[in-house]
Design a protein around this ligand. Sequence first.
Ligand SMILES: Cc1cc2nc3c(=O)[nH]c(=O)nc-3n(C[C@H](O)[C@H](O)[C@H](O)COP(=O)(O)O)c2cc1C
Length: 333
Amino acid sequence: MNTALKSDACAASRLSVAPMMDWTDRHCRYLHRLLSRHALLYTEMVTAPALVRGGAVHLLDFSPREHPVALQLGGSDPEELAAAARLGQAAGYDEINLNCGCPSDRVQSGVFGAVLMRDPGRVADCVAAMREAVEVEVTVKCRIGVDDQNPEEVLPEFLSRVGAAGCGRFIIHARKAWLQGLSPKENRDIPPLDYDLVQRMRGMFSGLHLSVNGGIVSLDQAERFLEAGLDGVMVGRAAYHDPASMLAQADRRIFGAGEDADAVAVARAMLPYIEAHLAAGGKLGQVTRHMLGLFAGRPGARHWRRILSEGAHRPGAGPELVEQALEPVLQAA
Ligand SMILES: Cc1cc2nc3c(=O)[nH]c(=O)nc-3n(C[C@H](O)[C@H](O)[C@H](O)COP(=O)(O)O)c2cc1C
């Protein structure tokens, strides 16, 4: 069991990087960890059936350097989720999170994700079973409601019932999911954000730890939410597309500990990781695709992206491609 680097996920959740399928894999999280020592990092969603019935425990592999890191599970069967949470704890995760926010069709048909906003009793059963199964913290990521639900009623009811079952920390994506007629992508943009409601929940549920998620694009904005009393801020797309702006100053500004990371140094610090990945039979592009946004908005960024994205798939491409892609960035500076 990987306990050596266990850390306090709750403290780290002042700023977290959201679970994002196909994006926040272990390579992406390794990069993000080099940018911030303290921010909490989430895995992509892993379904409990895949782990428990499918035996896909390789999905849990991660580097000990990623701590603090939370495993997000998808599912709606209490026993299966408890078994999956146990596997997650044994693999060394610092937190187990239950997905009650994801609207995709595939996920709807398996009765998990945002559709669970309709069934707080079931979510409470799931959380109670997971709490019973593991010592690490069990958290829930949810929406403010789905479809024609009234968030003003549904969200407090959800927080109260699931909170009573033992979930002390929630991440609230501050918009509804519309389960009919919108794609998952549209469901991240079209339903309007209601930060005020999340803020009001902060006032109503003083015993719960509440993080806000959705549409947060800068550290300034994150700081304002924390100043306004929210316990944590979760950032998704902005952290992926422009990781340096979101994370390089986070240790100093959000956690009051540590120095700003330098994106060039971070790119170079990825080299030993890339070498090890290639030596283990991995492909260069699997790592470098997550690095494309590292210099977003900086001179030379376009060349950096182009050299990395075009070169990574050429036969024999190796870590030297990263140095090559850095040249235009260094020259422009
Ligand atoms: C590519 C992608 C994949 C996502 N996958 C998941 C997921 O697996 N689990 C989840 O709870 N949310 C998922 N989300 C939603 C994000 O976690 C987050 O709630 C959403 O993007 C809103 O935050 P943002 O505006 O900061 O991006 C995903 C989002 C994106 C863009």
